[in-house]
Design a protein around this ligand. Structure first.
Ligand code: COA
Length: 255
């Protein structure tokens, strides 16, 4: 069983990293589980909001599992580890439902990238953010220089990636990267999630798509998805399909 679980509580789906002895470092198995949980959440209309959290107080996640990726050949590392991580984090970022990360401990490397794939974040005081990849001779590979760059100013990313500095919860709050700093980040995230669950899911989904398209996240697919949703509600669509079935010419009204 992978160390990444999905729990349901009413309208809330909680994704929980559960390998605190290794500071919740992400393995290929955990990425695979995250991807399949995202699919399950997307397909379940009863689940309206997602909380991403982790076991233990020392680390939300200390990044990609160094033991796992260091055994890979350069080709395997690039082709599987980096690209698979990207695909899975994109899947999380593009979920149609609002997502909140509860950062109860440090979020480094892939852990920070995981938190950045959520819509908003809550962090405990004393926790820090960092991109320590250069310490182990690699670079951020799961969107740390891309998606994260849209959420934090360039000098802040450089502070972490080039200078090895950590960003405190208080500074992350001032930068707008976290929505709240709370002694109990998980509880605070659930409270925020319960509030979001009362809003119209369809309105939230469309707003999220529009915000992402505006920010350049998957904009090609989102433009087609939004246009398709609008056109599929038209009377002309019904007429077009009916005409096809009845083997006659359609009579469109423009409604
Ligand atoms: N991959 C694999 N194992 C990791 C890990 C990672 N990214 N981060 C921590 N661990 C493991 C440690 O090896 C240790 O295992 P052990 O008890 O079997 O020796 C355990 O988690 C606890 O970590 P430890 O280093 O003893 O805790 P610490 O409080 O002294 O230091 C950190 C915490 C986060 C500063 C330190 O663990 C660290 O630098 N981790 C790597 C962070 C990183 O480079 N991430 C990007 C990876 S690409």
């Amino acid at each position: 069983m992978s160390a990444l679980h999905l729990n349901r509580s009413g309208p809330i789906a909680e994704i929980r990293l559960d390998n605190p002895d290794k500071l919740n470092a992400l393995t290929a198995g955990m990425l695979e589980a995250l991807e399949s949980h995202c699919t399950a959440i997307e397909r379940d209309p009863d689940l309206r909001v997602v909380v991403v959290t982790a076991e233990g107080e020392r680390a939300f996640c200390a990044g990609a599992d160094i033991e796992a990726w260091s055994k890979l050949s350069p080709a395997e590392f690039a082709r599987h580890w980096v690209r698979d991580g990207h695909r899975v984090f994109d899947r999380l970022a593009r979920l149609s439902k609002p997502t909140v990360a509860a950062i109860s401990g440090h979020a480094f490397g892939g852990g920070l990238e995981l938190a950045a794939a959520c819509d908003i974040r809550v962090m405990v005081p004393g926790a820090t953010l960092g991109l320590p990849e250069a310490n182990v001779g690699i670079v951020p590979g799961w969107s740390g220089t891309q998606r994260l760059r849209r959420l934090l100013p360039e000098p802040v990313i450089k502070e972490m990636a080039l200078f090895g500095r950590r960003i405190t919860a208080e500074r992350a709050l001032a930068l707008g990267f976290v929505a709240d700093v709370s002694e109990n980040a998980r509880e605070a995230a659930h409270e925020i999630a319960l509030g979001a669950a009362k809003l119209s899911p369809r309105a939230a989904e469309v707003a999220k798509n529009m915000i992402h398209a505006g920010a350049g996240e998957d904009s090609a697919a989102l433009i087609e998805a939004l246009g398709s949703a609008a056109i599929s509600a038209s009377e002309d669509r019904g007429e077009g399909v009916a005409a096809f079935r009845e083997k006659r010419k359609p009579s469109f009204t423009g409604r």
